[in-house]
Design a protein around this ligand. Structure first.
Ligand SMILES: [Fe+2]
Length: 307
């Protein structure tokens, strides 16, 4: 069963390293975008209804630089009906700003109302079918492929399969892309006691559209909390290096949502992403840039599971 999703209008690619755009960064970035930053990411919910001064400033940035979006509220795993009116508003936003790609969390944040947190979807066969059908519906409305992100989670009630099996089953059934969050892989590997490299080896390379990297909070030796509020730590940098060695220099976005340092400090981390990408110009199973892979859902290559 193929999705009806089709290519977005010839969108330029994103590549290299990107930075999550926050309102406090807009003014310095309008003056000058530092060289290592190749693209930006925003949550559509925070920017699509924006008018006035911020709306104009945002428009200036999207006219000058490539953007991707990372949604917060689509609630792909929710039992509640899909908010199709919201998805249509997202489509207008993507088209208006020529946004290169749309990703969302493989989680849910609503039932009757919004929960203001991202809850893990149970790793069950029934949930695979449910969430994959919703992803396909979203792709059909948006007329483009989306990517789903592996999320951090702290409990897995009622699991019938592993996180990796669940992720792969959803990707295959939904015929969608993967936003691979390397920090989340690391956080989950500590909290749920698995080898993060084995997890990365099991991810379908052809589905990877872009990466996230971020910092987290060390609550205890065996408990990490995914906060996006700290610098990226050495084990996550090492895991990112390992990912590039496997996949090549996949476009990578630095997320920073709390304790936001001045722009030059963030730029140093973006620069480090670029250095690691430069070390690994070709991966063992090379993944292409976002738009090159993203456009043709119909013609997407078959999944090759990589053990
Ligand atoms: Fe992420």
């Amino acid at each position: 069963m193929k999705s009806k999703a089709v290519a977005a209008e010839a969108a330029p690619t994103v590549s290299g390293a990107g930075l999550g755009l926050r309102r406090e960064l807009v003014a310095p970035l309008l003056e000058r975008v530092p060289e290592p930053i190749g693209f930006f990411e925003v949550a559509p919910e925070n920017w699509m209804e924006l008018g006035g001064k911020f709306g104009k400033q945002f428009r200036t940035l999207t006219e000058r630089h490539p953007f991707v979006t990372h949604g917060l509220s689509l609630s792909l795993g929710s039992p509640a009906p899909l908010d199709t009116a919201f998805v249509k508003r997202v489509k207008k936003f993507l088209d208006a700003h020529r946004i290169r790609y749309y990703s969302e969390h493989l989680s849910y944040c609503s039932d009757d109302g919004h929960l203001y947190d991202l809850m893990p979807i149970p790793f069950t066969e029934g949930a695979v079918k449910h969430v994959a059908a919703r992803i396909r519906r979203v792709q059909d409305i948006l007329e483009r492929e989306i990517a789903v992100e592996n999320v951090s989670y702290y409990a897995a009630p009622g699991a019938e399969m592993t996180e990796l099996e669940f992720l792969n089953a959803v990707l295959e059934r939904a015929n969608c892309g993967l936003l691979l969050d390397v920090n989340n892989v690391y956080v989950n590997s500590v909290n749920h006691r698995y080898d993060p490299r084995t997890f990365l080896d099991g991810v379908p390379a052809q589905r990877v559209r872009y990466l996230h990297v971020a910092g987290h909070y060390v609550e205890a030796e065996d408990l990490r909390v995914d906060t996006h509020g700290a610098d990226v730590c050495d084990p996550v940098w090492e895991l990112l290096d390992y990912t590039y060695a496997k996949l090549g220099p996949v476009p990578t976005l630095l997320e920073r949502d709390f304790n936001i340092p001045p722009l030059p400090i963030l730029v140093r981390e973006v620069e480090h992403v670029r250095e690691l990408q430069g070390k690994n110009p070709v991966g063992a199973a090379s993944a292409a840039t976002v738009a090159a892979e993203a456009a043709p859902t119909r013609a997407a290559p078959a999944i090759r599971r990589r053990a």
